[in-house]
Design a protein around this ligand. Structure first.
Ligand code: IMP
Length: 424
């Protein structure tokens, strides 16, 4: 069975834990978009792993992990992660493959990301992770990107880098009055990683096609979330890749006819890190409470995440765009102890009620949530292991989420550990 796992909000839904659970039933786990801007946290046996680029399936012995053509790779970050995992005794060789079509993140991408963010006028900055993601994808689309497979010919790579870097240095000087980057330094830096990177590089679409034909089960691991998708998210406050279901297809080279199920991961409340509108954001006191209780701090940048009530409008949008077959609801335990819970069921935009997510950012930023209020529960639910263990108000809340999103719930997470999970 081939499954795609998608974040149904603004990222940080808890995908790392679900991927970790589903990886057991998969032979291959594939990352298909984004880069080391992501942070997938997996906790087990009192150990905590945060993976930024390597698929979380790597923590399961015997599983093969693939970084697809749609991802962007910073070799320094990749090999740092490889070293951390190897130090923990996790075997990587022969278990990790990288697409020879994936684009490389260069130092000038990171410099440009940082300078653009720092020089943006108030209200214009995206709040990026400054990992060079946007500039790297921009180069890909402008057809001046450099791919992993380009390293096979050092002459080609050198020629390409010289051409692109010369242009980038003019840009850095003229727009930001920033010093140029030395060609020699950048070239030598990549030469250092060349052999190592090429060791992992394969034709991943062919690999995945052959694997599917051979009856292997593949899990496609989405990063970020639907509302951060460059097409379907809160543009321009988004990341630069397709975090929705289509990204899994183009970003891995798998045919949509080979996909069996699409699984959405959603938090029992909503969070957002970085800039951009967030209609159901909590007032400050409640925000602080949930931030602390839910450990809502970015796993890549450490920034506090903004928190808010469950927003059924964006959740419906995610269910529709991704055609979700089922959903995993995460961090339900964080809501324990709140006397009442609100759900945004629609928005009021320019005096009109709408059930639908408004695509224009100037409308979305004016959206006032229309709330429905439900009773909360006081019990600690972290030890619940089946539906019947949950307090009746928690069950009612989950049933309401199911109805509002039109998507069956299959997994409920009541804690960060692997075993703190209810399978329906
Ligand atoms: P970029 O992907 O670094 O360009 O950042 C663009 C936006 O996406 C910013 O608001 C980031 O905070 C957000 N973002 C990127 N990656 C993640 C993630 O893994 N989780 C949550 N937000 C993310």
């Amino acid at each position: 069975m081939n499954r795609i796992l998608i974040g149904a909000q603004w990222g940080d839904e808890g995908k790392g834990k679900v991927i970790d659970l589903l990886a057991r039933k998969s032979d291959i786990v594939v990352r298909y978009q984004g880069g080391n801007n992501a942070g997938h946290t997996v906790k087990f046996n009192d150990r905590k792993f945060v993976l930024h680029l390597i698929p979380s399936g790597i923590l399961h012995p015997g599983k093969v992990c693939v970084i697809g053509n749609g991802a962007v790779i910073d070799p320094e970050a990749l090999f740092e992660e490889v070293a951390i995992l190897e130090k923990e005794g996790i075997k990587i060789r022969g278990r990790l493959f990288v697409s020879d079509q994936a684009h490389l993140i260069f130092p000038y991408h990171k410099v440009m990301d940082r300078l653009k963010e720092e020089s943006s006028q108030k209200g214009k900055a995206i709040g990026t992770t400054k990992k060079g993601i946007g500039p790297c994808y921009a180069d890909k689309m402008a057809r001046v990107g450099i791919r992993v497979g380009d390293l096979k010919s050092l002459d080609y790579f050198k020629d390409r880098l010289a051409y692109v870097l010369a242009e980038r240095n003019v840009f850095l000087k003229k727009i930001y009055n920033a010093p140029p980057l030395s060609f020699k330094k950048v070239f030598d830096h990549f030469k250092k990683y060349r052999a190592k990177l090429l060791d992992y590089a394969i034709n991943t679409p062919k690999y995945l096609f052959d694997a599917t034909k051979a009856g292997k089960d593949i899990l496609f691991e989405g990063a970020q979330g639907t509302l951060l998708d460059v097409d379907h998210g809160t543009y321009p406050f988004v990341t630069s890749s397709n975090a929705t279901v289509g990204g899994a297809i183009t970003g891995s080279g798998i045919s949509p006819t080979f996909i069996d199920r699409v699984i959405g991961v959603i938090k029992a409340y909503t969070t957002r890190v970085g800039e951009g509108p967030f209609p159901s954001q909590f007032p400050p006191k409640l925000m602080k409470f949930i931030q602390t209780k839910g450990e809502e701090f970015g796993s890549t940048t450490g920034r506090p995440r903004r928190c808010g009530w469950f927003d059924a409008v964006i959740a419906r949008h995610a269910a529709r765009i991704n055609g979700l077959d089922e959903m995993a609801v995460m961090k339900l335990d964080v809501l324990s102890g709140l006397p009442e819970l609100k759900i945004a069921t629609s928005y009021k935009v320019n005096g009109e009620i709408t059930q639908d997510y408004p695509n224009a950012i100037f409308e979305f930023s004016k959206a006032k949530p229309v709330y429905e209020t439900m009773k909360g529960w006081a019990e600690d639910i972290t030890k619940a292991r089946k539906w019947e263990d949950l307090p009746v108000n928690a069950r009612r809340y989950l049933k309401r989420l199911e109805t509002l999103t039109g998507t069956p719930l299959k997994i409920i997470s009541v804690g960060s550990q692997r075993h703190q999970t209810i399978f329906l």
